[in-house]
Design a protein around this ligand. Structure first.
Ligand code: FES
Length: 109
């Protein structure tokens, strides 16, 4: 398990990025429960830590793909125009188990 930092740094309804083991991951706090997922969009490497979090869903700031941070699944893909222009769509991202111990966040990579 890798230590990320104080759980108080990720308040309910927000997300934060961490780099751990050479990976960029995001941790979201959904109603007091912490969830971790890859922070790099599977479409064209958008930085999901700069995306908007609404409920369980983060929206990529580049082309608007939407991911459920609790499952890593794509819940809204790029538009037909973006797909045509880039030749790619977003695919599901990996999630990681997060635990809190003594006020610190830990992740299993
Ligand atoms: S890079 Fe995320 S939707 Fe294109």
């Amino acid at each position: 398990m890798e230590k990320l930092g104080p759980s108080s740094e990720v308040s309910p309804g927000s997300l934060r990025g961490f780099t751990v083991g050479g990976k960029k991951i995001l941790v979201a706090n959904i109603g007091g429960a912490f969830h971790a997922m890859d922070a790099v969009c599977s479409h064209m490497q958008g930085d999901l830590t700069r995306g908007r979090l609404e409920g369980n869903v983060v929206t990529c700031p580049r082309h608007g793909s939407r991911f459920d941070v609790t499952t890593g699944k794509v819940v809204g893909n790029v538009s037909f125009l973006v797909k045509t222009a880039t030749g790619k769509v977003a695919t599901d991202l990996k999630t990681y188990r997060v635990t809190v111990q003594d006020g610190s966040l830990f992740v299993d990579l």
